[in-house]
Design a protein around this ligand. Structure first.
Ligand code: SDX
Length: 436
C-alpha cells in the first residue's frame, strides 16, 4: 500500500479503492476524492465545507491551530507593520513584492482607473438616500459589468489583469460615492496626488469650504496608518465564504464585475464581513460591563439566537493573529483621538469575561479580526453602516487575486457540487379533484 494514498472501503459492499494523498507546501494532507463516485459510486457529505478543499491556491496560508496567516509566504504581522495596502495588493495579485519601479507603475495604473464613468453615478442616484451602503455597493459594482462587457476577452491575460486593476482602483471611489449619496453630498472625484487611503478619506469627507484643520482631521497620519493596516489585515483569507462565492461564480465564465458583486453580497452577512457592524450594535445593546454576564448567558443558551459577534472562527481555534494586531491598533487610535466612547472599555471587559468563560474556552471561541475593527472605524469617524463596505475595499484585493489565479488555470472547470437527496421517492401526479 503506497504511502501517498488513502484507501476507502465501502463496508456495505466490500468495495475498496485507493485515492491520492496530496501534500501542499504547508498544511493538512488532502485526499483527492475526485474519482470517488466513479470508483466506489459514493459522494462525500460536508455541509459548510468544514473538511473540504475546493481548490489549490498559492495566495494565502492559514494555520488555525497556531494562529498563522501568510500572504504569499510573508507573515501578516510583518506586512501589517512594514507594508502598505497597495503593495500588499500587488503581492497578492502577482505573487512577489514589487520593487520601486513596479510599485510606482502599479500605483499609476490604479490612479488611472480610479475614476467612474459619469453614467455610473446615475445608477447610484436610483437608490433611496437611506439605502444601506452595502446594498448600493452590490448594485453599483454589478452594474460595472454593463460598462465593461463586450470588449472583455477572459482568455486574454492582459484583459484579466486590467479588469482586476479596475476593480481595485474603483472600489474606494464607489464606496465613498455610496456614502456621499447617503448623506446627500456631491460625489468627490479621486485625486492622483494622494496615496490610496488618503484618497479614499478625501473622497469620503472633503468639503468645498474645508480648512486645513478639517483636512488635517481626516487625512491625519494616524488615521491613514490605521486604515492601511486594517485594509492589509482584511485583504485576503484563503477560501472564506465570499472568496469561494467569487470563485464559484467565476467558474461559469461570468463577467468578473458581476462575480465580485456576488462576493460583496456574501460578505454582507453578519456571520462573515457584516460582523464588524454587528459587533458595534451588540456592544450598544449590552451597554454596560454589569450586563456582560447576562449576554454571555444568552450567547450560551441554545434556545437564544444571540451570538457574541466578533467571536469564533471556522479556522482559528486559538487566536486570530489579525485580532491581536487590531487590538493593539485600537489602543493607539483611541489614545490619539481621545473620546469618552465607553465601547472600547466595554469591548475589553467583554473580551476578558469571555476568555475566562468555560463555554468559550471549551468551544475555542476567541475574538476574531472583526471584534476590534469596528471600534477603530468608529474612532476614525467612519459611519457604522460603512464598516462592511471598508471590508469590501480591502477584500477586493483578495477576490481579484483568486479570480486571476483561477482564470489562469489551463483547465479550470465549472464548480457544481452534488447533494444528499432527502426528498420524496418517485410518485405519480394526483389529479386536483382527488387531493384531500
Ligand atoms: C470573518 O472564513 C473566514 O476566513 C472569515 C473571515 C475572513 O477574513 O474572511 O475571517 C472574516 O467572517 C470573521 C468571522 C466574523 N463573524 C462573527 O464574528 C460572527 C460570530 N461568529 C459566529 O457566527 C461563528 O463563530 C462563525 C460564523 C465565525 C464560525 O461558525 P462555524 O465555524 O460554523 O462554527 P459553529 O457555528 O459550528 O459553532 C461551533 C459552536 C456552536 O456550538 P455547538 O452547536 O457546537 O454547541 O460554537 C458556538 C456554536 O453555537 N459558537 C458561538 C459563537 N460562534 C460559535 N457561540 C456563541 N457566540 C459565537 N460567536
Amino acid at each position: 500500500m503506497s504511502q501517498d494514498t488513502v484507501s476507502i472501503k465501502n463496508n456495505n459492499t466490500g468495495q475498496e479503492a485507493e485515492f491520492s494523498l496530496l501534500q501542499g507546501t504547508l498544511g493538512t494532507p488532502t485526499v483527492d476524492i475526485g474519482s470517488l463516485n466513479n470508483n466506489l459510486g459514493l459522494f462525500t457529505y460536508d455541509p459548510g465545507f468544514v473538511s473540504t478543499a475546493s481548490c489549490k491556491s498559492k495566495i494565502t496560508y492559514i494555520n488555525g491551530g497556531k494562529g498563522v496567516l501568510l500572504y504569499r509566504g510573508y507573515p501578516i504581522e510583518q506586512l501589517a507593520k512594514q507594508s502598505s495596502f497597495l503593495e500588499v495588493s500587488y503581492l497578492l495579485m502577482n505573487g512577489e513584492l514589487p520593487n520601486e519601479k513596479e510599485l510606482f507603475s502599479f500605483t499609476d495604473e490604479i490612479n488611472n482607473h480610479s475614476m467612474l464613468h459619469e453614467a455610473l453615478s446615475g445608477s447610484l442616484r436610483g437608490f433611496h438616500y437611506d439605502a444601506h451602503p452595502m446594498a448600493m455597493m452590490v448594485g453599483v459594482v454589478g452594474s460595472l459589468s454593463a460598462f465593461y462587457h463586450g470588449q472583455l476577452d477572459m482568455e486574454d491575460p492582459e484583459h484579466r489583469r486590467i479588469s482586476a486593476l479596475r476593480m481595485l482602483a474603483k472600489m474606494p471611489t464607489i464606496a465613498a460615492a455610496c456614502y456621499r449619496h447617503s448623506v446627500g453630498y456631491p460625489i468627490v472625484y479621486p485625486r492622483f496626488d494622494l496615496e490610496y487611503c488618503e484618497n479614499f478619506l478625501n473622497m469620503m469627507f472633503s468639503r468645498p469650504s474645508e480648512t486645513y484643520i478639517d483636512k488635517n482631521n481626516y487625512i491625519d497620519p494616524v488615521t491613514v496608518k490605521a486604515l492601511n493596516l486594517l485594509f492589509i489585515l482584511h485583504a485576503d483569507h484563503e477560501q472564506n465564504a465570499s472568496t469561494s462565492t467569487v470563485r464559484l461564480a467565476s467558474s461559469t465564465g461570468a463577467n468578473p464585475y458581476a462575480c465580485i458583486a456576488a462576493g460583496i453580497s456574501a460578505l454582507w452577512g453578519p456571520a462573515h464581513g457584516g460582523a464588524n457592524e454587528a459587533v458595534l450594535k451588540m456592544l450598544a445593546e449590552i451597554g454596560t460591563v454589569e450586563n456582560i454576564p447576562k449576554y454571555l448567558a444568552k450567547a450560551k443558551d441554545k434556545n437564544d439566537p444571540f451570538r457574541l459577534m466578533g467571536f469564533g472562527h471556522r479556522v482559528y481555534k486559538n487566536f486570530d493573529p489579525r485580532a491581536t494586531i487590531t487590538r493593539e491598533t485600537c489602543h493607539e487610535v483611541l489614545a490619539h483621538f481621545p473620546s469618552n466612547d465607553p465601547l472600547f472599555e466595554l469591548a475589553l471587559a467583554l473580551e476578558e469575561h469571555a476568555l475566562k468563560d468555560e463555554y468559550f474556552i471549551e468551544k475555542k471561541l476567541y475574538p476574531n479580526v472583526d471584534f476590534y475593527s469596528g471600534i477603530i472605524y468608529r474612532a476614525l469617524k467612519i459611519p457604522e453602516n460603512m464598516f462592511t463596505v471598508m471590508f469590501v475595499i480591502a477584500r477586493t484585493a483578495g477576490w481579484v487575486s483568486h479570480w486571476l489565479e483561477m482564470m489562469a488555470e489551463p483547465n479550470h472547470r465549472i464548480s457544481r457540487p452534488r447533494q444528499l437527496y432527502t426528498g420524496y421517492d418517485k410518485r405519480d401526479y394526483l389529479p386536483r379533484e382527488s387531493r384531500k
